[in-house]
Design a protein around this ligand. Structure first.
Ligand code: IVH
Length: 666
């Protein structure tokens, strides 16, 4: 320590110097000292603070080392809601978004800000009078987890803003993530230490941030990039997104370097293509680009639906594709007896998970793609979708391979089919028999105890208790669950019967049109085809199914064994309130199971579909609603949250507020 400075003064100098180096390094990306020089300054400061405890300060650059573990995270309420983004997956969907906002704003083009979409975790940083007082995860958008101690260890998060006159309170929104290089170094370190490695940078970042021991977080190469603000008190109110980004940068926060102002669809598509071309060489992973309306006034006019603003969209990059080898091809038996070929693959990491199987769909598909055992193939996986083989890399085909021929039958096919049929019958959307899992069904079928779904209702406690991994208690529970499942709705029954091509939405449509089982059974192909979503193929499947005696026998046996369902006359005169509206449910509801919600909607005359399309009228978004809500937002379909949904169930006429009035304020 130079002789002239008092400890107090020296501490102040060191802190200012270290803060400035942080800014140079993290925000400007122009370090002016080496890591060793930085560390020397930091050590000097630590030593001084240790010797002079009264000079301690929580915003000191030394206070990033982490603290001893805590029990669990406290919850943290955000001052303003943390929204999510709706998605566009191709240029058409993006064009829909662009035109819709132009229409709503009554303009021919609109100025957007394009940013990269970093693949990490959203964070909300609260600064009071310029000092970081809290950092929280997004959680359900309203309340997240308080991860302040962990976030303090992230070097690119300023503990104090650089503003000379900071706002009284500001919420700053950004992404915590791990750069590719840091991720790889971390995995090498983990491997050497015999610890588990991470699947991808995103998981590694999540794991790092959600550590109860922040000293571990401190050792993980996490970083921050900011893209917005939330609640805000004091100071000048920004009027554009560009201004927000500039402000964040001035305050000492990192923002995406690739940000650009774009106007017109072509400019947007250009940006998308340029970033895509540089994607692999970026130091961090991105899963798309984000476009936001630049003017905050225009943002206000456009408003927000449920969980995503109408003024922004994430334009995603297509799913990850990787190359691997087909080790074998096997067939799986489905509930209708259909054989589905499945490629067994050399394990490959694609789209965020390790994949070992990929569906080949059917014989036609195999023939078309000509996938053979031993082939090198391109495999794709998008989100929660089943991995699939995209194509064969013919140049890499080994000599002497044979075209794969799907067998007409496989040993044990009838048994396998029956097992699948019963799994389907008892599944959640069908009769929902709790505690009747696949393993148990396999035992029941192979031991000859059950030869059709109706036989389930002949099982007694004694028989069940004698089965593997069953006891008296679980047998009793199962008999109870079976008893309970006997009272169901006609839609569930129709779905449970496993008629080929009849999913729960179709079952629903059939019930809405014909009202009774008898009505459906006797419907002609023409009458069936008159129903929305039913074409000649499905119509033929339905009539064929009801023609077969074995199937009528099952229905009869079910009835004999006490199986009942509610029936309604079709097109009854009673007004139920939600007729002719198609709902889609997504995300978890707190007040009821999804099936229950579905049944209640149907009772009110609504159709419930499983996927969002232009025909969807309303999407009910629970917590963690995923791509369906995103798609709905892109299509401009009304999205309601659980609270509103409950209000609608209470009084269906309220729905008009959401499907006619475009801006549902929650
Ligand atoms: S804006 C009001 N901008 O993507 C809109 N989000 O899928 C709120 N993300 O939760 C988000 N980069 O975690 C925005 N430049 C960016 C982003 C970004 C990554 C994340 C963020 C958000 C998620 C939505």
């Amino acid at each position: 320590m130079p002789a002239r400075d008092t400890p107090k003064k020296r501490v102040a100098i060191l802190r200012a110097e270290l803060e400035s180096h942080n800014y140079q390094y993290y925000v400007l990306d122009q370090p002016v000292v080496s890591d060793a020089e930085y560390d020397a300054l930091l050590r000097e400061l630590s030593a001084l603070e240790l010797r002079h405890p009264r000079l301690a300060d929580p915003t000191s650059p030394t206070q990033r080392v982490g603290a001893p573990p805590s029990e669990k995270f406290a919850s943290a309420h955000h001052h303003s809601r943390m929204l999510s983004l709706s998605n566009a997956f191709d240029a058409t969907e993006f064009g829909d978004f662009y035109r819709r906002i132009c229409d709503q704003l009554d303009v021919s083009t609109v100025e957007l800000v394009a940013e990269t979409k970093l693949d990490g975790l959203a964070i909300n940083l609260v600064y009071e009078d310029g000092i970081l007082t809290r950092a929280a995860t997004r959680g359900d958008g309203t309340t997240g987890e308080d991860v302040t101690v962990n976030v303090r260890t992230v070097r690119s998060v300023p503990l104090r803003l650089r503003d000379r006159r900071p706002p009284a309170l500001i919420e700053i929104r950004g992404e915590i993530y791990m750069e590719k290089a840091g991720f790889e170094a971390l995995n090498r370190r983990q491997e050497r230490a015999g610890e588990k490695t991470f699947a991808n940078p995103r998981n590694a970042a999540a794991g790092g941030l959600r550590q109860l021991d922040s000293r571990i977080t401190a050792s993980r190469p996490l970083t921050l990039c900011c893209y917005g603000i939330g609640h805000f008190e004091g100071g000048r109110v920004p009027v554009t997104q560009v201004e927000i980004l500039a402000r964040l940068r001035d305050s000492g926060l990192r923002v995406s370097p690739a940000t650009q102002v774009v106007e017109g669809i072509d400019a947007c598509l250009d940006y998308y293509a340029t970033i895509r071309a540089s994607r692999a060489s970026l130091p961090y992973e991105i899963d798309g680009v984000v476009y936001k309306v630049n003017s905050l006034e225009q943002q206000r006019v456009l408003g927000t639906i449920a969980r995503a603003p109408r003024w922004a969209v994430a334009f995603k990059y297509p799913p990850d594709e990787r190359i691997t080898r087909v080790v074998d091809i096997e067939v799986q038996v489905g509930r209708t007896g259909a054989l589905t070929p499945v490629a067994r693959l050399e394990p490959i990491f694609v789209g965020g998970v390790t994949v070992t199987n990929a569906t080949l769909h059917n014989a036609d598909e195999i023939r078309r793609k000509d996938v053979r055992v031993g082939d090198t193939v391109v495999v794709r996986r998008a989100g929660d979708v089943i991995p699939e083989v995209v194509r064969v890399v013919l140049e890499k085909r080994p000599a002497n391979t044979q075209p794969y021929k799907i067998p007409d039958s496989v040993p044990g096919q009838a048994t396998a089919r029956l097992v699948q049929e019963i799994i389907h019958f008892a599944s959640r959307r069908a009769t929902d028999v709790e505690g009747l899992g696949a393993k148990l069904i396999e035992q029941l079928v192979t031991q000859g105890l059950v030869a059709s779904p109706a036989d389930l209702y002949l099982l007694d406690v004694e028989t069940l208790a004698a089965l593997e991994r069953m006891g008296e208690k679980s047998a009793e529970n199962l008999v109870g669950a079976l008893e309970k499942s006997k009272q169901t709705t006609l839609s569930r029954l129709i779905y449970a019967l496993g008629i080929p091509e009849v999913g729960d939405a179709t079952a629903d449509n059939l019930v809405a049109a014909f009202g009774t089982l008898e009505g459906i059974r006797q419907a002609s192909a023409e009458a069936l085809e008159a129903i929305a979503d039913i074409g000649p193929v499905v119509a033929a499947r339905v009539t064929d199914w009801f023609c077969q005696k074995a199937n009528s026998d099952v229905i009869e046996a079910l009835q004999e064994r006490g199986f009942t369902w509610s029936e309604e006359a079709p097109g009854g005169t009673d007004v139920r309130g939600l007729e002719n509206l198609t709902f889609v449910l997504t995300g978890a509801l707190e007040s009821m199971a999804r099936d229950q919600a579905r049944d209640r909607l149907r009772t009110l005359g609504a159709r419930v579909a499983s996927s969002v399309s232009k025909k969807t009228d309303v999407v009910v978004a629970g917590t963690d609603a995923g791509s369906k809500a995103d798609k709905a937002a892109t299509l401009g379909i009304a999205i309601i949250d659980e609270k509103t949904f409950l209000e609608v169930l209470e009084d269906p006429s309220r729905i008009t507020r959401w499907i006619d009035g475009p801006d549902p304020k929650s």
